[in-house]
Ligand binder design. Structure first.
Ligand SMILES: Nc1ncnc2c1ncn2[C@@H]1O[C@H](COP(=O)(O)OP(=O)(O)OP(=O)(O)O)[C@@H](O)[C@H]1O
Ligand SMILES: [Mg+2]
Length: 115
């Protein structure tokens, strides 16, 4: 379902390159439940932003449902996000008039509506 091979990502910060993802290999099969753990600043959000097609990566290969995710335009990325990905952000983008459970469940409504 999700395959990452040798994924690298750096940020440019104040003229310096910050190499955050240094060759990530990851395989997640349909139905698997996976947690990513690591200290603050270790790159968890960076990794999830790549997996969620919210941000690009510099090097390596990302296959989602066996299709390569690289250099997509905004429309292509939006279609894939809408089809495959439900993203609960770390500290913002929650919907204020929904409770915590409804916020987490929200992406499911879109997917159930389509099937
Ligand atoms: N947009 C950005 N520009 C420059 N540096 C960034 C950017 N986003 C994250 N970083 C840096 O990249 C590193 C990894 O950050 P990231 O947010 O992925 O860590 P994290 O594991 O999610 O941390 P936390 O547990 O605090 O949420 C940190 O050093 C952070 O300061
Ligand atoms: Mg984070």
């Amino acid at each position: 379902m999700i395959t990452l091979r040798n994924i690298h990502k750096s940020y440019s910060a104040g003229g310096n390159q910050l190499h955050v993802l240094k060759g990530i290999d990851l395989e997640i099969k349909a139905g698997e439940f996976v947690s990513v753990m690591g200290s603050s600043g270790s790159g968890k959000s960076t990794l999830l932003n790549v997996i969620g097609i919210l941000d690009d990566y510099d090097e390596g290969e990302y296959l989602l449902d066996k299709k390569s995710i690289k250099n997509l335009n905004e429309t292509q990325a939006a279609i894939l996000r809408n089809t495959f990905i439900g993203f609960v952000f770390q500290s913002f983008n929650l919907i204020s008039f929904k409770n915590a459970m409804e916020n987490v469940a929200l992406p499911l409504y879109a997917k159930i509506g389509k099937s």
